[in-house]
Design a protein around this ligand. Structure first.
Ligand code: SF4
Length: 393
């Protein structure tokens, strides 16, 4: 008999299950708040044991175990080369140079550990929100319930980059995630579970959907996760960043959502023919149209469009590109993020020199375009997105 394909959990399925247990929207919201914020279900004068329906109380441990199993930590690759000693919870400050292939620090949080944390997690979360936000930058290899792997990155200042698909159909030539095409979609609960997993390690105040996958190709699940994170998950709406290569469905759906995220548009070049080669299965939409639609969304939300540009030496770092960017973005509510390419085994591309990168930023600034080199702390770890998963596979 052929086994049924794995059906990833969605928030709407979880809500339906809660309704079947006699929950009303207020019960669902309290549970989803507690889960997504890694916080207690209790409220002052309203402990969960009095508030939740009896059927939910009976099922709660099983539901929690299932949620804990959605995304488990398979390995952690810190940026600072400090190996975290998981036996005594201290960092051992190993100052030896960070090797190219870092050994994973395998940590598996058991459902029991998750529940044990739950009681004290309000205090723990408060303690984590400190001035040491720049610490703890790491790439996480995350195992899903069916054994598939995705990557998340703990970024500086409370940021978290998460995946929306296993693999990716766009097949950008500079990206490991797209090398084997799309393997499967993530369910909305699996997307949120990456935030929960990260929050068990440190505070998260910003979530960018820039990990493995093209969010536009899994729009229902990604938008469901965004609504939960923005309404119950205590993430500011402008701190939810939807990244796309550009897809008309995104420009149609995002403005209609209750929680409207900020938009990041992966452009990489202003040359349409080159873009079709670099992003072979991205929708063929004229670059000017993409920029116009993104601009309309930026004006409607008051969040600037974040243009993403993976900088590859000799490919998209020419003076002519800079001139075209300046023309394209003149007067637009936008910021250009240059991301120097991370060298990957088997790909011949290289990143431009730091001097050339700085020169490009200055050129755009002279034209009045906001440009910056994106903080690459998370990206430096084990190279490009998808590399960890590829090694694990
Ligand atoms: S860069 Fe993004 S869109 Fe392109 S293949 Fe990788 S994950 Fe997919």
């Amino acid at each position: 008999m052929i086994p049924a394909p794995y059906s990833p959990m969605r928030i709407i399925h979880l809500r339906q299950r809660l309704r079947d247990l006699g929950c009303k929207p207020c019960h669902e919201d309290r549970l989803l708040r507690g889960w997504s914020q890694v916080d207690s279900y209790d409220r002052v004068h309203s402990p969960a044991e009095n508030f939740f329906p009896a059927a939910l109380r009976r099922e709660l441990s099983a539901i929690e175990a299932e949620l804990d199993g959605l995304a488990r930590l398979s390995g952690e690759y810190p940026a600072n080369g400090h190996r975290i000693d998981t036996t005594n919870n201290h960092e051992s400050h190993d100052r030896s140079p960070t090797p190219t292939l870092m050994e994973p620090i395998a940590i598996r949080l058991s459902p029991q550990a998750g529940r044990a944390q739950r009681g004290g997690r309000s205090r723990a979360n408060a303690a984590l929100r400190g001035p040491s936000d720049n610490e703890g930058v790491a790439r996480l290899l995350v195992e899903l319930a069916d054994g598939q792997m995705v990557e998340s990155v703990l970024l500086p200042r409370g940021g978290l980059c998460i995946s929306t698909q296993v693999g990716c159909a766009v097949g950008c030539v500079f990206c490991m995630s797209g090398r084997n095409g799309l393997i499967r979609q993530l369910g909305s609960a699996e997307i949120v579970a990456q935030v929960v997993l990260a929050r068990k390690r440190r505070a998260v105040s910003k979530v960018v959907f820039m990990g493995m996958g093209e969010p536009a190709h899994n729009l229902d699940n990604v938008l469901e996760a965004i609504q939960l994170l923005g309404l119950q998950g205590n993430i500011g709406h402008k701190n939810l960043v939807f990244s796309t290569v550009g897809d008309l469905r995104v420009f149609e759906r995002l403005p209609l959502e209750k929680v409207r995220p900020a938009l990041a548009l992966s452009l990489h070049t202003t040359d349409a023919l080159l873009r079709a080669r670099l992003l072979p299965r991205a929708p063929q939409i004229a670059i000017e149209e993409l920029a116009e639609r993104a601009e309309m969304y930026a004006r409607a939300t008051s969040y600037p469009v974040q243009y993403q540009w993976t900088l590859i030496e000799g490919v998209n770092d020419s003076d002519a590109e800079m001139e075209r960017i300046a023309r394209l973005l003149a007067g637009k509510y936008a910021v250009m993020n240059f991301i120097p390419f991370n060298e990957v085994d088997g790909l011949a591309y290289r990143r431009p020199s730091a001097e050339r990168t700085a020169e490009m930023v200055q050129t755009l600034k002279r034209h009045g375009i906001l440009a910056r080199v994106r903080d690459s702390a998370g990206q430096e770890i084990e190279g490009a997105c998808g590399q960890l998963r590829a090694r694990a596979a």
